[in-house]
Design a protein around this ligand. Structure first.
Ligand code: ADP
Ligand code: MG
Length: 728
């Protein structure tokens, strides 16, 4: 037992920080090998999860193998051979026999395997995907190992962990290290979670979990063990988010006196007097502000819109800064919610700023908002880069003086330090976050601690919302405005293009307009523009020579882009050919058909966004995906698109196809960096962890109680990762 530190007492005291070399059966040389897997300490080994378990309790006789399944077989090697292929590859083969028959094992381009196999004497187990070949069963590139002399039956016949490996690291070494770590060190494992926390989640203690990760009695035990580790990992992130959220709720912000507004018609509040009258009631569906909202909007709000506006106003009334995320599908009417929040700010005597991701969208917001606010005498300033210096100065002056109560622009609005007289509300219409960090930036610029409302342009899966935006309060709009006809989506192969073009022509002859979108060509802007120009030429000159066809792409000057968009909006173009430059939120109600060329080259989220450009009026709208199903993945995407228009469902499907990292983009992936947990499959556990975190933080906001002390360093580490997310 020379390697048992508890026995020697001369080396480091036993802990999970102990180096792997002190594990029984490891030693310095093997420690060097394990380091290739990043396994430096006992703790690393204990937390190194097997990829799968091999059930050696019930190995099938070779004769009964099922082609198309994965299987483990046991037997002795017969003839070993090697042959070159025509393509210049080499193949090593070996027959594996048991009493029922044999299976051929094959290795490609590993000529040294031949010698290795020739040296094998005893029995072998092999694992892999069974194929039916001409002369019997085959397993290509199997995982395999020898059964050592004296490896007793009991040791063999159980669930054996199979660990992920890298070049030159033997499976058996990792197994031995894990086995020793479990035997020698589990007694030193201290559970960082208080017992009631994991028991409430119906999960086992940490030591139990670690044992069953490596030596489970059954698949059920392994699963339970893994879920415990996943829970713990999620819990630290959720605690970090819940603590940050609690801190925002502690900060001093503006208490907009919404409920005590008595008369709003025709007034804009007073800008400079402090009128923090006591708040008597909370915002509900009654009261002068609601009355004004109903007068201001040309439509009746949906139930979801009313509920979300209520949530926003309640946040605004509270003396702490609002930090809320509104999620709603394209066309669900988020702009109306934003307008109501701004109206409340203005009527309480403050200014509001709204930021959009592009200039086109900023202008569109300004146009829409002016339509609502002009009749109320509330001035909306627009600040975008391409304005003349004189106009820019005028808009800036009016914003700085407070004459303009609402300012709309891109992100530059705040970054370039536009001055405000009394900024109370910031609305960000975009996909990425604008949270606590940016709030700090606002304070630095002397803009106070305004309420912030973030609106996502596209739904994201719930698991991502919980990890990326878990520190924000969340409002969801699911309901679509009434009378909207769901967009009909068709998927057509390229050879039916002509029919698609004819059908589009019929719609245009009935007075409608059409978008044609061509995809990005690789990463190349230049090739993409080329593709757009080709399509523009083909449609304009060959397919629809008698119609008015326009072009819009990223290399055009801003002015040209706007002209094209404006002409289309006016109805002076029948067809607009474009790249994805204007994918978000563009609103031309008479455009009722969207044709997406080579649709298989788009991801689901993007297809859904593009489709959202139509279906904005009362008429039936259509989306046609022209695509070959080049891959399974492409076929799933096309099918999902034809089956549903529900952005939340599409987001979930997208998560399954692409995984969380891709979906969120690299910018925010710090929060998605999990060692064990997997957001695509562990959503349920995430929910459980989130509830636990909220409960803990509401009880002990700084986690300062002694029983929480062991969690704190892990939570702090998580907060460090979060703080490193760059500010967009
Ligand atoms: P989003 O920003 O969520 O994509 P918008 O706010 O641009 O959606 O709204 C899409 C369209 O629906 C706009 O033309 C808007 O005027 C209209 N709209 C919004 N809410 C309603 C409603 N409750 N009833 C009828 N039309 C509505
Ligand atoms: Mg919008």
């Amino acid at each position: 037992m020379a390697n048992d530190p508890s026995a020697t007492g001369t080396r480091q005291p036993p802990s999970l920080e102990t180096e792997v070399q002190f594990l029984k059966g490891v030693g310095p040389r093997s420690a060097g090998v394990l380091a290739k897997l990043g396994l430096l300490t006992v703790g690393d080994v204990l937390y190194y999860l097997p990829r799968r378990h091999e059930d050696r309790r019930h190995l099938p006789p070779i004769a009964l193998l099922q082609p198309g399944t994965h299987a483990t077989v046991r037997g002795r090697l017969g003839e070993v051979g090697a042959r070159p292929t025509r393509g210049g590859m080499s193949i090593v083969t070996a027959q594996l026999w048991d009493s029922s028959g044999s299976v051929t094992l094959l290795w490609f381009n590993q000529p040294w395997m031949r010698q290795k196999l020739a040296r094998v004497e005893g029995e072998v187990v092999a694992y892999g995907h069974v194929k039916q070949a001409n002369w019997g069963f085959e397993i290509h590139s199997p995982e395999w190992e020898t059964i050592e002399e004296g490896e007793d039956a009991e040791e063999f016949a159980r669930l054996i962990p199979v660990y992920p490996l890298s070049e030159g690291v033997p499976q058996k070494l990792v197994r031995r290290a894990a086995q020793s770590a479990v035997e020698q060190y589990l007694k030193y494992v201290v559970d960082p979670l208080p017992r009631e926390v994991f028991e409430l989640a119906r999960l086992p203690p940490l030591a139990w979990a670690l044992r069953n990760i490596h030596r489970p009695e059954s698949e059920t035990h392994w699963d339970k063990a893994r879920r415990r580790l996943v829970f713990e990992e999620f819990l630290y992130l959720q605690l970090a988010l819940a603590m940050r959220r609690a801190e925002t709720h502690q900060e001093i912000g503006i208490a907009f006196p919404i409920s005590s507004l008595t008369h709003t018609h025709g007034t804009s509040g007073t800008l400079f007097e402090d009128e923090d009258a006591p708040v008597e009631t909370t915002a509900d569906d009654e009261g002068p502000l609601w009355a004004e909202v109903h007068r201001m909007l040309p439509f009746t709000l949906t139930g979801d819109q009313r509920r979300v506006i209520g949530e926003v106003w309640r946040d605004m009334e509270s003396p702490h800064p609002m930090n809320r995320l509104v999620q709603g599908d394209v066309g669900s009417g988020k702009t109306a919610v934003a307008a109501c929040a701004m109206l409340a700010a203005v009527r309480c005597g403050y200014q509001a700023a709204m930021m959009a991701p592009t200039e086109i969208l900023a202008e569109q917001h300004a146009t829409n908002l002016r339509r609502l606010f002009d009749p109320l005498g509330i001035e909306v300033a627009l600040l975008v880069g391409k304005q003349t210096a004189a106009l820019k100065r005028k808009q800036r002056d009016r914003t700085a003086s407070g004459e303009a109560r609402i300012a709309v622009g891109t992100h530059a609005l705040i970054q370039e330090g536009v001055g405000f007289a009394k900024l109370g509300l910031v609305i960000v219409d975009e996909q990425h976050r604008f949270g606590v960090l940016q709030r700090a930036a606002l304070r630095e610029k002397g803009l106070g601690n305004p309420d912030t409302l973030v609106m996502t342009a596209t739904p994201i899966p719930r698991t991502l919302t919980m990890t990326l935006y878990g520190d924000l309060d969340l409002s969801i709009i699911r309901e679509m405005p009434p009378g909207r006809k769901p967009i009909k989506t068709h998927w057509r192969p390229p050879h039916e293009r002509a029919e698609v073009y004819d059908a589009v022509r019929k719609l245009i002859e009935n007075g409608r307009q059409a978008y044609f979108v061509c995809p990005l060509v690789g990463e190349s802007e230049k090739l993409t523009v080329q593709a757009a120009e080709d399509l523009y030429y083909r449609l304009g000159k060959l397919v629809y020579p008698d119609l008015r066809v326009g072009l819009l792409h990223g290399q055009m000057k801003t002015k040209e882009k706007e002209e094209a968009m404006e002409t289309f909006r006016r109805g002076d173009l029948d067809v607009l050919v474009s790249t994805t430059v204007i994918e978000v939120g563009v609103d031309v109600p008479n455009a009722t058909v969207m044709v997406i060329e080579d649709a298989n080259r788009f991801g689901l989220a993007q297809l859904h966004q593009l489709r959202g450009r139509v279906g904005r009026g009362d008429a039936q709208s259509y989306c046609v995906l022209i695509a070959d199903a080049t891959t399974d993945d492409a076929r799933v995407r096309m099918q999902v698109m034809t089956e549903t228009t529900d952005g939340f469902r599409i987001a979930e499907e997208d998560l399954q196809l692409r995984g969380p990292g891709e979906l969120a983009g690299t910018k925010q992936s710090g929060n998605l960096d999990f060692k064990i947990a997997d957001l695509t499959t562990d959503g349920e556990m995430l929910e459980v962890a989130r509830q636990a975190a909220i409960r803990l933080v509401s009880d002990d906001p700084a986690l300062s109680r002694p029983e929480h002390a062991r969690m704190l360093p892990k939570v702090t580490a998580r907060r460090g990762i979060m703080a490193n997310i760059p500010i967009s």
